[in-house]
Ligand binder design. Sequence first.
Ligand SMILES: Cc1ncc(COP(=O)(O)O)c(C=O)c1O
Length: 481
Amino acid sequence: MSIRLSNGKVIPMEMHKIKIVQKTTLSPAAARLAAMAAAGYNTFLLRTRDVFLDMLTDSGTNAMSDNQLAAMMVADDAYAGSESFYKLADSVKDIFGYQHTLPVHQGRAAEHLLAKVFVKPGDVIPMNYHFTTTRAHFELAGGKVLEIYTDEALKTESSVPFKGNIDLDKLHDVIHTYGAEKVSFVRMEATTNLIGGQPFSMANLRDVKNIASEHGIFLLLDASLISENAYFIKQREQGYENVLIKDIVLEMMSLADMCYLSGRKSCSARGGFIATNNKELFDRMAPWLPVYEGFFTYGGMSTKEVEAMAVGMREMVEFDVAGASAQFVKYFVDRLVESRIPAVTPPGGLACHVDAHKFLPGLQSLEYPAGALSAAVFLTSGIRTMERGTISTDRALDGTEMAADVELVRFAVPRRVYTMSHVEYAVDRVKWLYDHRDLIGGLKFTYEPPVLRFFLGKLEPKDNWGAKLVQAFQADFGPDC
Ligand SMILES: Cc1ncc(COP(=O)(O)O)c(C=O)c1O
């Protein structure tokens, strides 16, 4: 929740006590420079011993609750028929209202199964926006991802509350142009990750569902960040102010035909599943689960994680848990905006996103501004962020480079992990960097993998700008900072 102080300032308030902590260290800039060079200017390749605040992702990095940890201790490690699975299936029934659950080891495993069963070569898959692994799986199956977002979606500075909506005219056009039989399904992603954690509205979801079902197409919800989307609906959509997050989630699920998720995010565990009330869809996928993931009652997950997810699902629909990250993101974004630093607005879920194109207007997309800014943030603060721009966009099938729609640096705020002083520190270092942004140059690949290149790719700074930036930083803060 947020608290108003007596001076009028509103701050996010942690509605939990911290009882277990993990030590972190802040190494000096010279050591960070060496670590960044060894990682090929790719923050994914850093070792955590060199990282002070790990804001790479909120995936699998959230603080678990005492109840989740306790549940892990009673996990039922059976290959088949594990009681842990039935607890998860009960949570899915209660929280999502779905009767059939297929556990998988994480979100992309669900995407793999969905692609295998429902995407045929030549198909199209309309969606509000892609996620990296989603596009990879659907394209590997021969499908074409069509992003049918509204005009506002890619405007990084905006006051439109639901930038994750689907443009309904574009949806009609897709169905008309390709024919309903070529549409595998419509995919709607909650708290749309790659455009800055932006939600869709319930009204839009309802309209999308109506159009899809008029044409016999099923609606698939990517529910990885479902509780944050529900939180934003409660905050921003008329008529939902007094509705419980739990009921908003149930309503969303009642509109979709099927959902899948990465349990690493809103559920604060590590795993995933696909769930539906449609037995026919379920039966088409079920035979493939043991082939790719594992038996029906564990799906590649440790039963400890199955237990943690069963509890995490129930907890994520509590208001204070659903909003735990979003309120810190808002505080973070508001501080940057006050200093006229280009952050994505309105503040979304999962992370504070900085617009690297606006931060570094002198760099072209193919000089990877978001990658360069992400590296610069690490050099000057020890904070690990993630590039979400052209490096994260794989080449087209004919090998040409594709400039990303938006160049974002993501400062993920894992749920219940960081505190106000961490956020204040991050804001301060970003401000310093903004004042010294002319020192940041472009990057070029020295090794580029063929798929999902952002994970393992290596780059180097043009004209050795990393070392010059560190020199300027040391001049201001001293050699040991
Ligand atoms: C919206 C969304 N869908 C799917 C995935 C893939 O899930 P996982 O990382 O568990 O494979 C992610 C991961 O971040 C995601 O954010």
